[in-house]
Design a protein around this ligand. Structure first.
Ligand code: UT7
Length: 329
């Protein structure tokens, strides 16, 4: 029996309406547009409305991906939501999304791999489809990071934003594109570099520690930066090699959107010209698991690549975690 190939049949994304600019942030904490833009490349980010949760962002992105894939929600067999900002610790945000979409046949669960979650989900879904366990899958990266940011800490609050991106994966028909190669990695010795220390079983939030900002993101930015460049370069190189590609064969690199300086360093090390690297973090900041998914959808819909082109996605996040995928569109 020939191998089952897996294609991306549709992408979608959604960001909340409310824009928070660098100028507005400079009224809230001791910072400037100049500092934020020159150190990160971020101009503004989106903030979810009160009552708008991660599952709502995910559902909106998923609807657009289903529409592009010309697929009905009731035909979806698997839903994976990658998030570190779930609506509730349990049940999984994917269960709310399943309900919202009316995707009653789908098995639904979340994965927690921080900014790498969308590509972790892609590898899991690809394998489950190519093994024949499912015919299709809806994978979503969705975050409401604004609920987990310490708005008094200028070193982190300027970096993050809210949003969601989604993709429908299914068995490829002859002549369609293909998720060719995927790579994932983890270094659990670096958990201290980027985390939300409280709110889990190790450190429940109590009346005594409620004011200590333990359930918000804490990061040693400089250390994370160095690991990000090394790991993303290595992961991208692995999938490029496994897909038998050369840098000049790649129409578009879509990296995690955390910092323009990281993105430039990776493009340089991969020898891919900057005009083939997709960037939208100026508009949305770092949306963790959603970032590469939103970027993939925007790149797809704005014609950054076309059918038959090769693209490379590469991500990095807390854990530490990293991942990459080489895709023929
Ligand atoms: O998504 C997961 C992966 N995450 C990442 O990849 C993030 C990786 N790290 C980074 O992107 C960068 O390290 C940051 C953007 C977070 C920080 O940039 P940096 O160039 O590493 O700055 P820094 O943390 O070393 O801070 C430099 C200075 C410090 O002042 P002193 O000690 O030199 O006087 C900070 O206090 O900038 C100060 N600073 C700020 N100043 C104005 C920190 N945040 C701000 C701010 N506005 N918002």
């Amino acid at each position: 029996m020939s191998e089952i190939l897996v294609t991306i049949a549709g992408t979608g994304s959604y960001v909340p309406e409310r824009i928070l600019t660098n100028a507005q942030l400079s009224v809230m904490v001791d910072t400037t547009d100049e500092w934020i833009f020159s150190r990160t490349g971020i101009r503004e980010r989106r903030i979810a409305a009160e009552g708008e949760f991660t599952s709502h962002l995910a559902t909106n992105a998923a609807r657009k991906a289903l529409e592009q894939a010309e697929m009905a929600a009731e035909d979806i067999e698997l839903i994976i939501v990658a998030t570190i900002t779930p609506d509730t610790l349990t049940p999984a945000t994917a269960c709310y999304v399943q309900r919202n979409l009316g995707a009653h046949r789908a098995v639904a669960f979340d994965i927690s791999a921080a900014c790498s979650g969308f590509l972790y989900a892609m590898k899991i879904a690809k394998r489950l489809i190519s093994d024949g366990a499912f015919n299709n899958a809806l994978i979503i990266g969705a975050e409401k990071l604004s609920a987990f940011v310490n708005w008094e800490d200028r070193s982190t609050c300027v970096l993050f934003g809210d949003g969601a991106g989604a993709a429908v994966l299914r068995q490829a028909k002859p002549g369609e594109g293909e998720v060719i190669a995927t790579e994932m990695g983890t270094d659990g010795n670096q958990t201290h570099l980027l985390n939300i220390p409280g709110g889990g079983s190790a450190c429940p939030i109590t009346t005594d520690n409620a004011g200590d900002h333990l359930s918000t993101l804490a990061m040693l930015g400089k250390e994370v930066f160095k690991h990000a460049v090394t790991r993303m370069k290595e992961a991208a190189e692995k999938v490029i090699e496994r897909a038998n590609l050369k840098p000049e064969d790649i129409a578009c690199v879509i990296p995690h959107q955390a910092n323009l300086r990281i993105i430039d360093a990776i493009a340089d090390r991969l020898a891919v010209p900057n005009d083939r690297v997709f960037v939208n973090l100026d508009k949305y900041g770092n949306t963790s698991a959603a970032a590469v998914a939103i970027a993939l959808d925007e790149a797809n819909r704005t014609g950054a690549f076309k059918r038959g082109d090769h693209i490379v996605l590469v991500v990095f996040g807390a854990g530490l975690t990293w991942a990459a995928a080489a895709i023929r569109w």
